[in-house]
Ligand binder design. Structure first.
Ligand code: NAP
Length: 314
């Protein structure tokens, strides 16, 4: 978030960096200056206009109301407030208008996998109204935080040198493996899968949209990929979808015909802002339905960039 504020030349007069006492005294570089990290406290938000939160759900539940009472508009990356009836859940390219109604002074930033999917599907939804989405995710390890990325590399090194692996952050081996590492939710679905169901419906403003998710963690450090099947109220052809996606805000479309290795990839998307859409093709079994491949950096468009874009629009 700090790097994105600097890169986009956000009009910051005073930058306040807050974390837990564990980080107190550390500093981050912003516009060539070292800015010290302070432990969050009751008076930390005085004179603050916008507070960008990314410190876990429990921290947001505790401190977002404090920041809002101090007059700041809170933009929260955690899942703590996303489904609260008085908190808008916003993706600027999709439903920025919802941010104007924020009675608690809090705006929620959606789940990283949901953000990249709705940015890509929005223009198609506006044209033909989505009825059903089947989504399978290939989520990078950075989605689980800094420590998880460290563990991926440690496990990879251990495996490469024939040593036993350790799993402290992940519930098992992630290097050279695939994991469903999210907490359990209802009906044999994970919490992450339910987030994709509920958040997609809230952002697109239609609780009747069917969402069938399967979320999988893959041994990739950064950037999520998704295979998406989508069926509409009326049939859509590939050509129409391409023409809509070509001019869609936040989307970079790869419309070349299929060729091995020639499609959006996490390694190339990591560190960049767009949502990459490729492999747009008509479904083989359901006439009028489409399949897409969607890739984006989960730390940027999936979190920090989306939050800063909301702040820019505010
Ligand atoms: N990673 C993603 O792709 C992604 C995407 C969307 C949303 N999110 C959400 O963003 C949040 C942060 O995720 P992350 O990946 O950045 O995790 P992370 O790498 O584990 O960082 C957590 C941050 O929160 C701070 N923190 C933890 N407990 C705190 C407390 N009690 N008081 C103040 N600060 C505290 C930590 O500071 P200390 O070192 O001082 O503890 C650290 O800076 C989470 O809510 C996550 O769900 C993450």
């Amino acid at each position: 978030m700090v790097a994105t504020l600097e890169k986009r030349d956000f009009p910051v007069r005073r930058l306040v960096l807050l974390a837990s006492p564990r980080s107190a005294g550390k500093s981050l570089r912003f516009r060539g200056q070292e800015v010290q990290v302070l432990p969050v406290a009751q008076d930390s938000f005085q004179g603050v206009d916008i507070a960008l939160f990314s410190a876990g759900g429990a921290t947001s539940l505790q401190w977002a109301p404090v920041a809002a009472r101090s007059g700041a508009v809170v933009i929260d990356n955690s899942s703590a407030w996303r489904m609260h009836a008085e908190v808008p859940l916003v993706v600027p390219e999709v439903n920025m208008q919802d941010a104007s109604s924020r009675p608690l002074g809090i705006i929620a930033n959606p789940n990283c996998s949901t953000i990249q999917m709705v940015v890509a599907l929005k223009p198609l939804h506006d044209a033909a109204h989505i009825e059903h989405i089947v989504v399978s995710t290939y989520q990078s390890v950075s989605g689980k935080g800094h420590a998880a990325v460290e563990e991926l590399w440690a496990q990879t090194r251990a495996l490469a040198s024939g040593k036993p692996i350790e799993s402290k952050v992940m519930p098992g081996q992630i290097a050279m493996n695939l994991l469903c590492d999210w907490k359990a939710g209802a009906q044999e679905y994970s919490e992450e899968e339910w987030k994709m169901v509920h958040e997609t419906r809230k952002i697109l403003g239609d609780p009747s949209i069917g969402v069938s998710p399967t979320t999988v963690r893959v041994p990739v450090p950064c950037a999520h990929a998704e295979s998406v099947f989508v069926r509409f109220k009326r049939p859509m052809k590939r050509e129409e979808a391409l023409s809509l996606l070509r001019k869609a805000p936040g989307v970079v479309l790869a419309e070349q015909t299929y060729a091995p290795g020639d499609h959006p990839q996490p390694a190339a998307a990591a560190g960049t802002d767009p949502v990459y859409v490729g492999r747009v093709r008509e479904d083989l079994a359901v006439p009028g339905a489409l399949n897409l491949w969607i890739v984006a950096d989960n730390l940027l468009k999936g979190a920090a960039l989306n939050a800063v874009q909301i702040a820019e629009r505010l």
